[in-house]
Design a protein around this ligand. Structure first.
Ligand code: NDP
Length: 337
């Protein structure tokens, strides 16, 4: 089958400006961490990509190590890009990252210039691309000077291999420093990718003299794209009745482990699910909407294992509003009251 994108693909998606940049991103973006690797079903993830693009999702997030096996998500994405999206490249924002362990030896992990730039070359080859839109430092490296890691990102831009750069999981103080170092090299930090969900709210918290990460992002004009907004499925109806066959917590290759599906979390999810039902939303939809209520959040970066899950999540956009009472109830559940 050949892919013909829907003409109406931009009609139902909103696009938010990413920090103070010229780029707008869809309120929902798609990540390829799980479900797009060599262990997964090609036709299934191809259909997911088609539906995503048909629904106005223009942003696809990858990393060198996504799979399993590491690298295979980029390879698969590259094959689908060539088959189906070749003429649509200018309508897409494609990101990749380096920072977690990718190959053996001292040059395949963390934040050296050597690792980041070699990895970017490998990613471009796997995806069969001339450039990515965003290249990220995937995590802070305590042993490499920040100037070196940021220098590598800036070099990627100056070489034309990345249009923009981003950082992931950097704490507030390092984010501020990273942004300044990049600025001194005439490159803006476009975006920060932190873990952020109803169950993980570190980005909201000020520590010591440092403001919260969200405040620093606002102050520095950097966009925010939360990852694992559904806590890998815990903030959906997936585990409300146990661990289903085929779910991420069930699969041996999944990052979510059975022991992460704790009674305490599921009991919170059940109570949140009741509030979602009263809003005529699924729990997944409410969890995404809850993140999007903050205008500092540019886009929410979801994962899905099926077209049905993607469709469910896209319906979030029909109701992004919360009453004060709903927010209070959610807050009290999250606090464990
Ligand atoms: P989510 O928290 O969105 O979890 C996705 C999983 O939740 C799906 O695989 C599926 O589980 C389940 N799910 C999704 N929608 C529904 C639904 N409507 N109903 C029921 N279950 C649902 O995100 P991910 O953890 O996948 O992360 C998203 C992206 O963030 C990644 O692909 C990656 O791009 C990025 N990321 C970045 C990291 C970083 O360090 N920068 C780290 C981790 C992720 P199931 O598979 O069981 O069906």
């Amino acid at each position: 089958m050949t892919y013909n994108p829907l003409k109406e693909r931009y009609d139902n998606m909103n696009y938010r400006r990413c920090g103070k940049s010229g780029i707008r991103l869809p309120e929902i973006s798609l990540g390829l961490w799980h479900n797009f690797g060599s262990v997964d079903i090609f036709e299934n993830f191809r259909q997911i990509l088609w539906r995503a693009f048909d629904s106005g999702i223009t942003h696809f997030d990858l990393a060198n190590n996504y799979g399993p096996v590491p690298g295979s998500a980029e390879e698969n994405f590259g094959i689908i890009l060539k088959k189906d999206f070749n003429h649509l490249r200018d309508e897409m924002i494609i990101s990749t990252k380096a920072g977690w362990g990718m190959w053996p030896g001292p040059y395949g992990d963390f934040g050296s210039r050597k690792y980041l730039l070699s990895s970017l070359d490998q990613s471009l080859k796997r995806m069969n691309l001339e450039y990515v839109d965003i290249f990220y430092s995937h995590r802070p490296d305590p042993d490499t000077p920040l100037e070196e890691t940021m220098g590598a990102l800036a070099q990627a831009v100056h070489q034309g291999k990345a249009l923009y750069v981003g950082i992931s999981s950097y704490p507030a103080d390092l984010t501020r420093k990273a942004a300044q170092i990049l600025k001194d090299m005439n490159v803006s930090c476009l975006i920060h990718q932190p873990k952020y969900s109803m169950f993980n709210r570190w980005v909201e918290v000020a520590t010591g003299r440092d403001p919260s990460l969200l405040d620093v992002l606002e102050e520095t004009g950097i966009g925010c794209i939360p990852f694992s907004p559904l806590e890998q499925g815990l903030l959906t109806d997936r585990y409300l009745k146990g661990i289903p066959v085929g779910s991420r917590a069930y699969k041996p290759t999944g990052f979510l482990k059975a022991e992460d599906v704790t009674e305490q979390r599921i009991s919170k999810s059940k109570r949140l699910n009741e509030i979602a039902a009263k809003r005529n939303q699924s729990l997944a939809q409410m969890a995404i909407a809850w993140l999007l209520k903050d205008r500092r959040v540019t886009s929410v970066l979801i994962g899905v294992s099926s077209v049905a899950q993607l469709d469910d999540n896209l319906k979030t956009l029909n109701n992004l509003n919360f009453s004060e009472e709903e927010l209070k109830k959610i807050e009290s559940i999250l606090k464990g009251e």
